[in-house]
Design a protein around this ligand. Structure first.
Ligand SMILES: Nc1ncnc2c1ncn2[C@@H]1O[C@H](COP(=O)(O)OP(=O)(O)OP(=O)(O)O)[C@@H](O)[C@H]1O
Length: 655
């Protein structure tokens, strides 16, 4: 069966008849409907990897109005001639155009065909069209020259073009082998990006909007989720200039990185499209709702000190302060408003078990800490979304017709709640996630987050970013620490992926040595192998001397050639334009990518899988997986400790 992009789920009577014929085309056929109201667009394009292309338009005008032999020239005929001329000018000369005359008989269609001198145009009455069926359509398709095909896509489906310059090399050939392969989303990606975007029939609009509230794209690392979200957002913003479109991403550096890459590729963004970190966005919403400045402890030690002093009232509580704070975050993120609700809530996958008495003590301490902070006009970070949800009124909240969430695996239930509050009544939510890279700090289901994605999920299993070797190593290390979970299972499809070489492991003595060695390797890649700075990404863990690493990189490459994403949070140091090596903290490296990636300070994460699986270990293993899958073709891991023996064969060890 042909793949319809977008899908035709709400077809009218006529579309159903059309669809019956199109459905019978084989699996390798794509039926695309232009969405952007492009001038001179036919109703649809049929594409097949080998047979080529066919444009198709359906006309309702009755024969009498079109027949040139009528006594008086009709307006309808003049309009038809104009449309035909416009189609022929807009479409490549080699592309056949089929006109289905819905209101004409076979003889009438033949008479009309005799009156036309347009080459490459075929007219068929509806009945004949149905008789000829899919084989008739297949026989009409013609291959286009690769350049023509690309020009056709750029004209009628520019949204399927890859919106961001890539640092990853092309991993798969497009099936039709066109010259600009790699510049367009593949059919599955394009299909996912256009889910539910078909033009609704007016009578069905309200019903459709009520049905279609959420879509989830679950994809392996590098499967194009960010691209899909951006492509959809740009398309929506263009299709609906009066509607507001919001893209939310968890991580600050990736938002800055996307900003820089979109700027390079397209200049300005449409005015009705906003791309923001969740944190920046929710803080703004809080200020709007409460009409006040949002105050949070500036000193990271403030909250642990407060917890340390207040916990004395519950001496039986044995958890460490960081565990208590993590649990408080959980309470806020689950929107728990009372001890009773907490007692009823499942803590499965939280990493440590709690007895009922401990839970009661934790709740009491949580209330005490919250009250204490409130006394100072402050709150925990995790309480911001909670307070937005619990605000007495939500009238001041900014509202959107479309909200797209990338990296949705990092969103907490309270975050999703705020996102849903910000959707207009008929608004739509589109989520992209990779549960392998983390899952709401624990194994929470989408249902727990208030999202019914059953039957509304698309899986993408091919990675365009990385190689088989890198993905295999990352996946094997992850599997050591993570129990199989059918709900979130995403096993990559390696078919057709470049094999590549195993990641390189460099054993060093100290964190300072790791810095020296990484900088030397990078300098050699840049100066001896001509590797572009923009394809280099360095990710460091908490034990790495980061200031030293930054200084050494700046010394070797030039101070304004290193973009430390955690320092220059919004823009690169010398503005958009020049190429930069990117440097990022592990915690904020999600979504980034590099042709060559260096990982420093990952020792504790590597050790994670070799011990008994559990919440914290699982989170660590997911972080390592995320960090490793940032690499497109060269991954270098520097370690001050011996890698667990069973993991060694996954690497190329260099002295
Ligand atoms: N169809 C495609 N053709 C060529 N390159 C592609 C295609 N799809 C994705 N890519 C490239 O693969 C890389 C990964 O894409 P993207 O960052 O959107 O993936 P992702 O699923 O969001 O990854 P992650 O979750 O690991 O951050 C990018 O460099 C992107 O340009």
């Amino acid at each position: 069966m042909a793949l319809f992009i977008p899908e035709w789920t709400r077809a009218s009577g006529r579309q159903l008849q059309l669809k019956r014929v199109l459905n019978a085309l084989d699996d390798a056929t794509i039926v695309r409907t232009p969405l952007r109201g492009e001038h001179a667009a036919p109703d649809l394009f049929i594409e097949h990897g080998e047979r080529g292309w066919l444009a198709l338009a359906v006309l309702d005008t009755p024969f009498d109005a079109l027949d040139a032999r009528q006594l008086f020239a009709s307006e309808a005929r003049a309009a038809f001639d104009l449309r035909l001329a416009a189609w022929r000018t807009a479409l490549p000369a080699a592309l056949p155009l089929l006109l289905v005359l819905w209101a004409c008989g076979e003889e009438e269609a033949a008479a009309l065909a005799g009156q036309l001198d347009a080459a490459g145009v075929r007219l068929l009455a509806r009945e004949r069209f149905q008789e000829c069926g899919a084989p008739g359509l297949a026989a009409l398709q013609q291959p286009l020259a690769p350049g023509e095909e690309d020009a056709l896509r750029m004209r009628f489906f520019p949204e399927s073009g890859i919106a961001l310059p890539t640092v990853a090399r092309k991993r798969f050939q497009r099936s039709n082998g066109a010259s600009l392969g790699g510049l367009f989303l593949d059919p599955q990606q394009e299909w996912a990006s256009k889910l539910d975007l078909e033009m609704a029939l007016p009578a069905e609009q309200a019903q459709a909007a009520a049905d279609l509230t959420v879509r989830l794209v679950n994809g392996v690392a590098g499967s194009g989720k960010t691209l899909i979200a951006l492509s959809r957002a740009l398309l929506l913003a263009e299709m609906h200039p009066r509607e507001r479109v919001l893209v939310l991403i968890h991580n600050t550096p990736i938002v800055a990185d996307i900003g820089e890459r979109l700027h390079r590729a397209r200049g300005r963004l449409p005015p009705n499209l906003e791309i923001a970190t969740y944190s920046a966005w929710i803080h703004r919403q809080w200020r709007r709702l409460y009409g006040a400045q949002l105050a949070m402890p500036a000193d990271p030690a403030h909250l642990p000190h407060r917890v340390a002093s207040l916990r004395a009232r519950w001496p039986e509580l044995k958890l460490r302060e960081d565990q208590l704070i993590e649990e408080f975050d959980f309470l806020n993120e689950m929107l728990l408003a009372s001890e009773a609700e907490y007692m009823d809530t499942s803590r499965a996958g939280r990493g440590f078990a709690l007895r009922a008495k401990e839970r009661r003590d934790i709740w009491a301490l949580f209330e005490a800490v919250t009250k204490d902070l409130r006394g100072e006009g402050m709150r925990m970070w995790s309480a911001v979304a909670f307070e937005v949800c619990r605000a007495p009124a939500h009238g001041a909240l900014e509202r959107y017709e479309h909200i797209l969430v990338d990296e949705a695996q990092f969103f907490a239930p309270s975050w999703f709640h705020t996102v849903k509050l910000a959707l207009r009544p008929q608004g739509r939510l589109f989520l992209c996630a990779d549960p392998n890279q983390g899952f709401m700090k624990s194994r929470m289901s989408w249902r727990t987050a208030g999202l019914d994605v059953a039957g509304r999920t698309k899986k993408l299993l091919r990675s365009y970013r990385t190689t088989q070797a890198i993905l295999h190593t990352a996946g094997t290390l992850l599997a050591r620490a993570v129990q199989a979970d059918p709900e979130h299972d995403l096993a990559p499809d390696f078919t057709g992926m470049e094999e590549g070489a195993a990641p390189i492991l460099l054993r060093v003595d100290t964190p300072q040595d790791a810095v020296d060695r990484a900088v030397n390797e990078i300098v050699a890649l840049v100066h001896e192998r001509g590797v572009a700075l923009s394809s280099l990404l360095v990710i460091y863990g908490s034990d790495t001397p980061r200031q030293l690493l930054y200084r050494r990189l700046c010394g070797a490459l030039g101070a304004d050639r290193v973009w430390w994403l955690n320092k220059d949070k919004k823009r690169p140091p010398a503005g958009y334009g020049p190429a930069y090596l990117r440097l990022a903290n592990l915690e904020t490296a999600t979504g980034l990518e590099g042709g060559a990636v260096f990982l420093l300070g990952m020792e504790s994460l590597l050790a994670a899988g070799s011990l008994e699986a559990g919440g914290a270990r699982e989170a660590d293993a997911r972080k390592l997986y995320m960090a490793m899958t940032r690499a497109s073709h060269r991954l270098v891991l520097l370690s001050t400790e011996d890698v667990p023996a069973e993991a060694l064969p996954l690497f190329r060890c260099e002295p």
